[in-house]
Design a binder for this molecule. Sequence first.
Ligand SMILES: [Zn+2]
Length: 78
Amino acid sequence: MPAPPTDLRTGTHDPLRLPHESWRRLYGLACVRCGGGQGLRPGGHAYTQHPDGGRLGWAVQICTKCEHRVKATDNKVS
Ligand SMILES: [Zn+2]
């Protein structure tokens, strides 16, 4: 059983395989990275893959704690 994604902004997700908890993140009800709900703010977009070949973008939220952690540890340009 694959581990749930830690940051939904990584890659493109199959909506049929996303656990319920991940949908809360896509809908902006929980932090896209940790699933927490404290100090949420806009955190970019996550994407789901659809059978017609298109991608659907979701405006997700990220918590203050994760935002600081990303800035401190993630220097990759995406
Ligand atoms: Zn978080």
